[in-house]
Design a protein around this ligand. Structure first.
Ligand SMILES: NC(=O)C1=CN([C@@H]2O[C@H](COP(=O)(O)OP(=O)(O)OC[C@H]3O[C@@H](n4cnc5c(N)ncnc54)[C@H](O)[C@@H]3O)[C@@H](O)[C@H]2O)C=CC1
Ligand SMILES: N[C@@H](CC=O)C(=O)O
Length: 813
């Protein structure tokens, strides 16, 4: 025999019932079929709601029942010809019984578990009678089989336990007396020794099917549902989750216990005992393979089969020095919990024996606390142990797979992936069978954690990266253009799915968690809602997306002020904004240490020389043990451009304006002309070389007449124009000596200075074209001939490409 079970969605409407019956008809061509059915989707909840309302004295239960009756009537009318009045009459009589039952509950103001079982049983009774009638009309040799006469349980209403021996006999008797090809059986319900209706727990229709399959020693059990099998993770949380084709009973049991709701956990035991294959199939896509649960699934290279989670968990910590080395504490703890019928989901104990930690469903936490504190009242009073400490809002995320056994590195990878994303693990449990590694984490981190783990274990070729971009000005908009152009390349060549989740300027913020359209953002941003920087920070933290990177393409000090907060949440920072790296040393050092502590990159290569590999080269030198003795550099693209293009034929101010128009200057060009920007850069280099230095330690010799730095940017240009003769004199003097003007930064022996110099032909800095930068590193290894990095040192396009490169570095960590 074959047992096929159809869940609530598979029988939720006339159309779905037809689909389910078509599947049964095909199966019946191969041999007899037991069709176990759930109630029409949503019916059980409606019945419970009606019962509870009636018990609470709320007459609204009558409306619920009327709606339920109407829904069933519609199904009958759609499925059966008008001439076939039997089922409709039966419906009337069944709803009469339901109404009487609810009226009784209303009158008594009480709903016992026994009455609730009776009330809930009508859901499956209604659906199974209807479906049996339709099958008969379709010409199938069908019999309706009352599960209450087949499955015997004890009288634990709500979650009755099955008496398998009696059940087996009753099923065998029924089979002898009913040779029909198709049995239609209501799932979920059974009866105790007195014939009183019981239920097998929510989801119990799966269990009914498994019990019948075992009792009949069926050739297979098929669970027909609305998804194509067990998935590698909950598809509502992980978009790239995929069905698992083959899985062992043990693995299926682990996964179903841990939230893979496609299968009611007790279902596996009866079929596993007899080695009956269990298929999970999709009623709405019957040709899809689904999941086959069997004794020995074909071996796959997959070490981890699935990732599952259970929410609503509370950890209870029993802790105290009085526990160490004294036998019996755990026994008393578990007995106290068992007395209250509290199910323990997870247990961990450290080898110091100083604490035992158990995980329970959150609704059980309060009674558990009372029970345990009572049990240990004497020890608590004596200060030998602490009162029980519940910790709420937690969840379990577990890796499941038989191949994890003896496979080193799985837990390392698990912890690494979670740690890199700032997911703190509160407790861990792994049985010696190594089929399941469970971690307890904050409920708020579940989505991120499952995605991170899914990526680590199932998507070796793809990593999703989520960008939050602040300040799409010159550099930022070029960056967005480059990202848009390279998205396909990144996915194909580097396996990086780079999504821009948010773009904000100082007024608006545009967000799409699925990734913004990078061609339409300028118009959309202008229409987007207003948002403050604080709100933007909270948005990044609250979204809690894996592999999040904050990209700061502003020049704003307040923006630099949010890095610490974000790093502490394991959000990586990529900045071309130089404010943070050139702020007080203590702050710079704190950001570096947060970056290490929380495994989040803090990258700012573009702070010096735009996209030139200057900081990276310096880091490579120092990390490999080299020591920087001195540095000599031209670090201002703007000033190099200005002095390369000024010869007195055009006003100096006009050349500066051109540098600004071409995107080389800071948003405030006075920073470039005053030498401050170069001072920030040599400060950053000195710090990266290992020197503890402040901005005040840098000697800045400005060549600007003081009047140029008074007032705003327009006044600055006006004053430069007014002091044209000053700039001309500087130029003429240099030219007369056969030299060129270069604004040079120097560092040696812990001292740094910046200022204008004239350099002669042959000097390393003499031939520096356009807006180029150059750095000469003199180190222990490069003592005579410096290591030189040279090239374009300013401009939106190159800077954006440097930011892009930092994003890729952060993403690939
Ligand atoms: N232009 C270049 O060659 C290089 C620039 N950089 C750095 O790149 C950064 C950006 O430069 P540009 O793009 O030229 O400047 P920009 O002025 O064109 O763009 C900055 C953007 O940031 C926005 N912004 C300012 N404060 C904000 C806030 N609180 N919240 C949100 N958005 C805010 C502005 O509205 C503007 O859209 C600067 O820090 C600069 O030092 C670094 C290396 C080279
Ligand atoms: N304004 C800077 C550009 C980036 O740092 C410069 O001119 O060098």
């Amino acid at each position: 025999m074959q047992v096929l079970k159809f869940g609530g969605t598979s029988v939720a409407s006339a159309e779905n019932i037809r689909k389910s019956l078509a599947i049964v008809a095909t199966a019946a061509e191969r041999g007899p079929v037991v069709m176990v059915v759930s109630a029409l989707g949503g019916t059980t909840d409606a019945l419970i709601g009606a019962g509870r309302a009636a018990a609470a004295g709320d007459a609204g239960y009558r409306d619920t029942l009327l709606q339920l009756a109407a829904r069933h009537r519609t199904a009958v009318q759609e499925l059966l010809p008008a001439t076939h009045s039997g089922p409709e009459g039966q419906l009337v009589s069944q709803f009469g019984e339901i109404t009487s039952l609810c009226n009784g509950i209303f009158a008594l103001g009480e709903l016992s578990t026994r009455t609730l079982d009776k009330l809930m049983s009508y859901g499956e009774l209604l659906s199974s009678h209807l479906i049996a009638a339709v099958a008969k009309v379709q010409g199938q040799a069908t019999v309706w089989a009352d599960a209450r006469q087949l499955i015997r349980t004890n009288s634990r209403f709500g979650m009755a336990e099955v008496d398998m021996a009696t059940t087996q006999k009753q099923v065998a008797d029924f089979k002898t007396q009913n040779p029909a090809k198709i049995w239609v059986v209501p799932g979920f319900i059974a009866a105790d020794a007195h014939g009183t209706t019981t239920t097998l727990g929510r989801g119990g229709s799966d269990y009914t099917a498994a019990i019948l399959a075992a009792a009949l020693d069926a050739e297979k059990l098929e669970i027909w549902t609305d998804v194509s099998g067990m998935m590698t993770a909950d598809p509502r949380l992980v978009r790239s989750a995929r069905p698992i084709a083959h899985i062992s009973y043990q693995e299926a049991m682990e996964l179903s216990h841990f939230g893979a709701k496609v299968l009611y956990p007790p279902t596996i035991q009866p079929v596993m005992q007899r080695g009956i294959p269990l298929w999970i199939k999709n009623t709405f896509a019957p040709d899809e393979y689904g999941t086959l649960v069997e004794v020995e699934p074909p071996r796959t290279p997959a070490v981890v089969q699935g990732i599952s989670s259970i929410g609503n968990l509370t950890l209870l910590n029993l802790e105290g020095s009085g526990m160490v080395g004294i036998p019996g504490f755990s026994k008393r703890l578990f007995e106290a919990l068992a007395r209250e019928r509290i199910n323990v989901i997870l247990i961990t104990q450290s080898s110091s024996e100083h604490s035992i930690c158990v995980g329970v469903n959150t609704p059980d936490a309060a009674p558990a606390q009372v029970a345990v504190d009572e049990e240990f009242a004497t020890e608590i009073a004596a200060g030998r142990i602490e009162p029980l400490r519940p910790e709420k809002d937690l969840a379990i995320v577990a890796l499941v797979g038989e191949n994890m056994k003896n496979h080193p590195g799985i837990s390392g990878k698990l912890f690494g992936a979670l740690g890199q994303n700032g997911v703190n693990i509160r407790a861990i449990a792994q049985g010696a069978s190594e089929k399941n590694i469970s971690t307890v984490i904050r409920a708020a981190d579940v989505r991120k954690a499952i995605n991170v783990l899914h990526e680590a274990f199932f998507e070796a070729t793809k990593k999703q990266v989520n960008l939050f971009i602040l300040g799409p000005g010159n550099v930022g908009s070029k960056l967005l253009e480059q990202l848009a152009r390279q998205q396909a390349h990144l996915l194909e060549k580097l396996g990086l799915q780079v999504r821009v989740v948010a773009i904000a300027n100082s007024r608006h913020c545009l967000v799409d968690e699925n990734g913004l359209d990078l061609t339409a953002w300028p118009e959309e941003l202008a229409q987007a809602p207003a948002q403050t920087l604080e709100e933007f920070t909270q948005l990044i933290i609250a979204r809690n997306l894996r592999n999040s990177i904050f990209v700061d393409v502003t020049a704003n000090p307040a923006a630099a002020g949010i890095y610490a907060n974000l790093l502490a949440k394991s959000v990586a920072i990529v900045a071309c904004n130089k404010v943070a790296a050139s702020s007080e040393y203590a702050h710079y050092a704190r950001l570096k240490s947060l970056s290490k502590e929380f495994n989040a990159s803090y990258l700012f290569e573009t702070n010096v020389g735009a996209a030139l590999p200057i900081i990276g080269t310096l880091n490579d030198l120092t990390r490999s043990g080299d020591v920087v003795q001195r540095m000599e550099a031209v670090l201002s693209g703007t000033l190099n451009f200005v002095f390369n293009n000024y010869d007195g034929t055009r006003p100096y101010a006009e050349v500066v304006r051109q540098a600004q128009a071409e995107g080389y200057t800071e948003p405030d060009p006075r920073l470039d002309l005053s030498g401050s920007d170069v001072a920030r850069k040599i400060l950053i280099l000195a710090r990266e070389a290992g020197q503890v230095m402040e901005m005040a330690d840098i000697e800045i010799e400005t060549f600007l007449p003081p009047a140029c730095l008074e007032g705003d940017v327009e006044a600055f240009y006006t004053q430069m124009a007014a002091h044209e003769s000053h700039f001309k004199a500087l130029y003429d003097a240099a030219t007369a000596a056969g030299k060129r003007l270069k604004f040079v930064a120097r560092y040696a022996d812990g001292h740094a200075a910046v200022g204008l110099q004239t350099v002669a032909p042959g000097h390393d800095l003499y031939d520096l074209r356009g807006k180029d930068n150059v750095v000469l590193f003199y180190t222990d290894r490069y003592a005579d001939q410096p290591l030189v990095v040279k090239g374009a040192g300013a401009g939106a396009e190159v800077t954006a490409s440097g930011v892009f490169a930092d994003i890729i570095r952060a993403a690939r960590l």
